[in-house]
Design a protein around this ligand. Structure first.
Ligand code: PHE
Length: 345
């Protein structure tokens, strides 16, 4: 009987060792020691040769039972420890959903570009091609080709940022007309030219030394003032609403003849007169006219055969009127509080 007690004692010791394993690594070591062929428990098998008959059978059974209990204890502990390990990992890696999240601010689109794109869309829908000219122009294209010869008083108004005696930052997008005509070499033209312009202006709430314009030019046979009027009325009503009255006033530009200043009825007072329109009921919105015969001639178009119209609209001016922006400088300052108010429709 002593032998059987020895088995139980050894088995209990091993099970205790297994149960006391603090982690899977310790358990592994305990397993290597006690579950292998050379384990102390298996070493007990050596005694079987001293036994006979029933005692031998009982001993074998007791040994099997002990081994099974040890294996079971090992498996249970293994399960326990793995679960504990997973639990610990989970609690360590737990995401605290009550923490305030990182907030990403949505920006906006500068109203300058919203309006520029809208103008482009309107004219593209009427079959216009978009052609950009260079920001740095020669005196020749900026003035001469626009029928503004040297010493012409119209230069004074736009006298500007010169790079050399004959190179300057363009004062209007009109020279893009001349580039387009040179490129088309006598073929019909229907283009808009969006871009930046620069003038030696005093910066105030409505003026900036840098601003954007969209130039328009149509040249073909039989283009008349009615075409100009219909085109600009359509554009301005798309831009400012169907109810806008459009008024054409005689004006002067060296590169158009006749020339007009185009006004729309005030969107605040609908023509009655208010501070927005300075009591006049109308707001000046763009310059336009029939392309001057000299401008056509300089580009190789015969003015007896071809005629055309042109217009130039200030992008910031349209943006300010459309969105009720009180100071042009807000458009350039990049203040998020301003910009984030604008998004694409
Ligand atoms: N270039 C003129 C300006 O900057 C605008 C304009 C363009 C007028 C085309 C008539 C025709 O003021």
């Amino acid at each position: 009987m002593e032998l059987f007690d020895k088995i139980t004692e050894l088995k209990n010791e091993i099970i205790k060792e297994i149960k006391e394993a603090k982690n899977l690594n310790e358990l592994k070591l305990a397993g290597e020691k006690n579950l292998s062929k050379k384990s102390p428990l298996n070493a007990m098998m050596a005694h079987i040769k001293d036994l006979v008959g029933e005692a031998k059978a009982n001993f074998g059974q007791a040994m099997n039972k002990a081994r099974n209990e040890v294996t079971e204890a090992y498996q249970n502990r293994q399960l326990e420890l793995s679960e504990a390990e997973i639990k610990e990992k989970l609690s360590k890696e737990k995401i605290d959903i009550t923490l305030p999240s990182v907030s990403y601010k949505m920006g906006g689109i500068n109203p300058f570009y919203l309006i520029q794109d809208e103008i482009i869309d309107i004219f593209v829908s009427m079959g216009y091609e978009v052609k950009e000219g260079p920001d740095v122009e020669t005196d020749y294209f900026n003035f001469e080709r626009m029928n503004i010869p040297e010493n012409h008083p119209a230069r004074e108004m736009q006298d500007s940022f010169y790079i050399t005696n004959s190179l300057l930052l363009r004062t209007h997008t009109s020279p893009a007309q001349a580039h387009a005509m040179d490129e088309k070499k006598g073929e019909p033209i229907k283009i808009i030219c969006p871009g930046k312009c620069f003038r030696r202006d005093d910066d105030d709430v409505t003026h900036s030394h840098q601003f954007g314009q969209v130039e328009g030019l149509v040249v073909d046979k039989n283009i008349n003032f009615g075409n100009l009027k219909a085109t600009l009325e359509l554009f301005l009503r798309k831009m400012f609403g169907e109810k806008r009255e459009v008024r054409f006033r005689g004006s002067y530009f060296p590169f158009t003849e006749p020339s007009v200043e185009v006004d729309i009825s005030c969107m605040e007072c609908h023509g009655k007169g208010c501070p927005t329109c300075k009591g006049t009921g109308y707001i000046e919105i763009l310059g336009a006219g029939m392309v001057h015969p000299n401008v056509l001639k300089m580009a190789g178009y015969d003015p007896k055969e071809y005629s055309g119209f042109a217009f130039g609209v200030g992008i910031e001016r349209v943006a300010m009127l459309r969105y009720g922006i009180d100071d042009i400088r807000r458009i350039y300052q990049g203040d998020v509080r301003f910009i984030e108010q604008f998004t694409r429709k």
